[in-house]
Design a protein around this ligand. Structure first.
Ligand code: ATP
Ligand code: MG
Length: 597
């Protein structure tokens, strides 16, 4: 009906509308952060369905993370476009592989490697190489790079000879390790993350019947975050398309932050050349952030200098963002003597924001390395502020969630007549590690608790909604809701401050973003050496800054530990980023903080 079509296009600007109404590809959207790329492609799919041009089941929307896939699915449902497959490359490939493996290869699909680091360690032990954490991490990354670059142990040395070897290994050594790792997997009948994509490509390229079936199933392709597509993902995309070009890609070359895994903005920047008939749309209005945040982001990009060694074309023409939102607070700059003081100061600022009415779920603390998380976990726990570490990624696949769902279902059958259900839920889940108070401990115990807490708060929410209707929540209602959510991978929203790495914050947004640990050695990270690597660190900071809708808080520390020698310097990227000196009056509250002049 016309009403729905209009509703889908309402709230889009003219350029976004052009994307949404160009229902046949190829379409390429080149645009900066917060300009509504994801919104435009979501509405494009909905518009295609509303107008009857697309059959929902024939659309495959590819996102970078499972969380992004979830979000897009929910938004599509809200626009009357349920039933579309929104998945990561990996999830889409795995599903197809499971389906086609018995026919194309025979026998059951091998199991997935769960602890890759262990296998790499074993391979390294066999070869008497160092197995310390840094060594294993670097070797794993190198093998991953080789695989997404579609290099086998045989073809690896020729390409690798031009790269810096991790930890100074010989190319031959890494080649043998790669070989050993592959053999260990084959012996144990296992496949890893990259194998899922490699095998899908192989089946599609070699088995015409399978390829024909898959291509009949999927006709319209949409790819978000296309600037970070790897050669392997591109090959898979080509195999899916099979020469057709009904594809729409969106991306921002200034947000390429996964080069270390073989991703490259080359595919995005080359798209118009590969598809000369492509409709290329540029978006420049930034709908996400205040002018103050946008200005900071623009300045960061403008300050970059194409140094010697930086690859031409590794950046698109810098896209200058034009802010659409009203003025907001100035970004805040904070220097702390050490990490503990930074965490405490950050927790105090977060408390202020929450007291001012910003929801905890609208606040994020982002950092460069996962190791930085601990200090913030401790400080937030001490300040009594809820936080989430894992988000909702693979929520219903977590062992504790599976166990909880089974137990709740069993209880629902047995206890139909019972009903303080929220009490009952707590009793049941406490056997799995839930308690109303968040545990002091961090790490795995905390993560487990977090999942269970999300289920409890879902039950509480449902009970409140039932009460508002003058009804009572029954346990079978909760069990049915969990069943529905499991089927649709619709994880319950968790309320709490997000603690996450800059890399995992891609595509997301919060009212208030704290960028912590902005000192040399962290941003840019110490092991970034070449001009390209330093460029990527700058893009990472750009991604971080552009996550903020309103409040942007930047901080760095002079030393790691309290009383330690002040050996750190603020990140070089902060030079010239701040235009006007900060107002003197409002320094951060909390220990040891002082406004940086
Ligand atoms: P990123 O590069 O970070 O992934 P993006 O380009 O995908 O950003 P979106 O996430 O789609 O941007 O949009 C950013 C924010 O702006 C969202 O909150 C979105 O709802 C809002 N937005 C986008 N377009 C419009 C519009 N035309 N009117 C109002 N709000 C908009
Ligand atoms: Mg996006």
């Amino acid at each position: 009906e016309a009403g729905l079509e209009e509703r889908v296009l309402a709230g889009l600007d003219p350029e976004q509308r052009e994307v949404a109404t160009t229902l046949r590809g190829p379409v390429c959207v080149l645009a900066g952060a917060g300009t509504g790329k994801t919104r435009a492609i979501t509405h494009r799919i909905a518009y295609g369905i509303a107008t009857g041009v697309y059959t929902p089941q024939k659309v495959l929307a590819l996102t970078f993370t499972a969380r992004a896939a979830n979000e897009m699915r929910n938004r599509l449902r809200g626009l009357g476009a349920g039933g579309v497959q929104t998945r990561t490359f990996h999830a889409a490939a795995l599903r197809q592989l499971q389906y086609f493996w018995p026919q194309a290869v025979g026998g059951p699909l091998p199991g997935l490697v769960e602890h890759k680091a262990r296998l790499i360690t074993e391979a390294a032990q066999n070869m008497r190489l160092s197995t310390d954490r840094a060594a294993v991490r670097d070797l794993a990354a190198e093998i991953e790079w080789a695989k997404v670059s579609m290099l086998t142990p045989d073809t690896y040395p020729a390409r690798a000879a031009r790269r810096d070897m991790p930890l100074g290994y010989e190319v031959r050594t890494v080649q043998r390790l790669y070989q050993t790792y592959e053999e260990l997997k084959t012996d144990r009948h296992l496949i890893d993350f990259e194998d899922v994509l490699l095998l899908t490509v192989a089946v599609l390229e070699e088995d015409e019947r399978v390829a024909a079936t898959v291509r009949e199933q999927y006709r319209h392709f949409v790819v978000d975050e296309y600037q970070d597509v790897s050669p392997l993902q591109q090959r898979l995309l080509d195999a899916w398309l099979g020469g057709r070009d009904d594809i729409c890609v969106v991306g921002d070359a200034s947000q390429t932050i996964y080069s270390f895994t073989g991703a490259s903005s080359r595919h995005l920047l080359d798209f118009p050349r590969r598809h000369p008939e492509a409709r290329v749309v540029r978006l420049v209005r930034d709908y996400r952030s205040t002018p103050q945040v946008v200005e900071t982001a623009n300045r960061l990009l403008a300050a970059r200098r194409p140094g010697p060694g930086s690859t031409p074309g590794s950046w698109a023409t810098p896209l200058h963002l034009v802010a659409q939102r009203p003025d907001g607070p100035r970004p805040s700059w904070n220097e702390y003597p050490d990490d503990e003081a930074e965490a405490a100061g950050t927790a105090a600022r977060i408390r202020d924001l929450i007291d001012d009415g910003v929801p905890a779920s609208g606040i994020a603390v982002l950092f460069r390395t996962n190791g930085q998380s601990q200090a913030f976990e401790t400080a937030l726990a001490e300040a009594g502020i809820g936080f989430q570490l894992r988000g909702t990624e693979r929520f219903f696949n977590r062992p504790e969630v599976k166990q909880a769902v089974v137990q709740l279902r069993t209880a629902a059958r047995a206890a139909e007549a019972s009903d303080e259900p929220t009490r009952l839920v707590r009793d049941i889940l406490s056997s799995l590690g839930y308690s109303d108070r968040a545990p002091r401990s961090t790490g795995a115990v905390r993560e487990r608790w977090e999942s269970l807490a999300a289920l409890v708060s879902l039950a509480d929410r449902m009970a409140e909604e039932a009460a508002a209707r003058g009804e009572q929540l029954l346990l079978p209602d909760l069990a049915a809701e969990l069943e529905r959510r499991t089927a649709q991978q619709d994880a319950p929203v968790m309320n709490g401050v997000t603690l996450a790495s800059l890399h995992s914050a891609k595509g997301l947004e919060w009212d208030a973003v704290f960028l912590a640990g902005l000192s040399e050695g962290l941003v840019p990270i110490g092991f970034a050496e070449t001009a390209d690597e330093i460029d990527e660190e700058r893009r990472l900071l750009y991604v971080g800054i552009t996550r903020a809708r309103e409040h942007l808080v930047l901080s760095w520390t002079l030393s790691r530990t309290p009383g330690g020698r002040p050996t750190r310097k603020p990140s070089r990227f902060l030079d010239g980023l701040r235009e006007t000196p900060p107002p003197r009056a409002r320094g951060p509250r909390g220990r040891g903080a002082r406004a940086h002049a």
